[in-house]
Design a protein around this ligand. Structure first.
Ligand code: ZN
Length: 297
């Protein structure tokens, strides 16, 4: 699933290429991707609007349009947005250009196409069709559950060490046996981190993913905090992770999957050269990768 660095990479690409363009039409072959399945209402509301800015809220993409409208797109498991040229033939979208957009099979599951005023398109490719799209009044996005309940973004200036301690202590008071991995995944506490980066952060910090939050020392909390932003920043610089479906706006893979120290590295020697072998366990049904030598309970 695209996490903060992948969503940020997409947004950075969109802000470079899409601003001031008008949406002249929208096509889909999968109306269930839209809120309440009401594609016609979505199209009516976004048609002829101009793209003003694109921003991120957790793992959500917000495309701010003229006339006080905002498109919210959540890529979910396998979705990604691309900018290029497509043509609709016999109810299907086909790429009309050479390069990764047409060559990479992960880019061929195009189910939504926005035609833009420069004659090009913004397309959503989504193998599993779990992505969600909706349009809402800008400034009233807090009415949406997904936005209202979102926790603090690691890049928010208010996400200080003190704030992170507060988040952990508040949660400990209610649920002291919660495992640190699950706290990092909880979008209502810290926004944008998913399975990949939670594993990478805990590996770097030297904390066992199943450690209960009530048992974390202040020093361990500090390590997790100081590790979080540098890892996310490094992943953004690498254009995100493309372990499976994720591609950037040009249909290209990110590079962070080649830099992962622990995520999907099961059976490999720990890169801290401590003799540990990366092990995979399940925590509340989520795969977790860690080194049993330097990440002890
Ligand atoms: Zn290790």
């Amino acid at each position: 699933m695209p996490e903060l660095p992948e969503v940020q990479t997409t947004i950075d690409g969109m802000n470079k290429l899409l601003l001031k363009l008008k949406i002249s039409n929208v096509w889909t072959d999968t109306e269930s991707l839209f809120r309440k399945g009401d594609f016609k209402d979505f199209r009516r509301q976004v048609k002829d609007k101009t793209i003003l800015s694109v921003e991120r809220k957790g793992k959500n993409i917000l495309i701010n349009l003229s006339e006080n409208k905002t498109i919210l797109a959540h890529l979910k498991m396998t979705g990604h947005l691309m900018y290029g040229s497509w043509i609709i033939k016999n109810g299907k979208a086909f790429a009309e250009e050479s390069g990764p957009i047409s060559n990479d099979p992960y880019n061929r599951f195009v189910h939504v196409v926005f035609t833009l005023s420069d004659g090009k398109q913004l397309a959503l490719s989504d193998t599993r069709k779990f992505a969600k799209l909706l349009v809402w009044e800008t400034g009233k996005l807090d009415e949406l559950e997904d936005i209202k309940n979102i926790g603090m973004d690691p890049f928010d200036k208010n996400f200080t060490y003190k704030k992170f301690v507060e988040i952990i202590k508040n949660k400990t008071a209610r649920s002291s046996s919660l495992k640190i991995k699950l706290l990092l995944l909880d979008q209502s506490l810290v926004a944008g981190i998913g399975n990949i980066y939670a594993d990478e952060i805990l590996w770097q910090a030297g904390i066992h993913p199943a450690k209960e939050i009530s048992k974390l020392s202040d020093q361990e909390i500090k390590k997790i905090y100081t590790t979080t932003k540098p890892i996310l920043r490094k992943a953004i610089r690498a254009g995100g992770s493309s372990n499976s479906d994720y591609r950037d706006i040009a249909g290209e893979k990110g590079r962070f999957q080649n830099m992962q120290n622990v995520y999907r590295q099961t059976g490999k020697p720990c890169k801290k050269k401590d003799g540990g072998i990366i092990t995979r366990i399940k925590i509340a049904g989520r795969s977790s990768h860690f080194c049993p030598i330097h990440q002890k309970m």
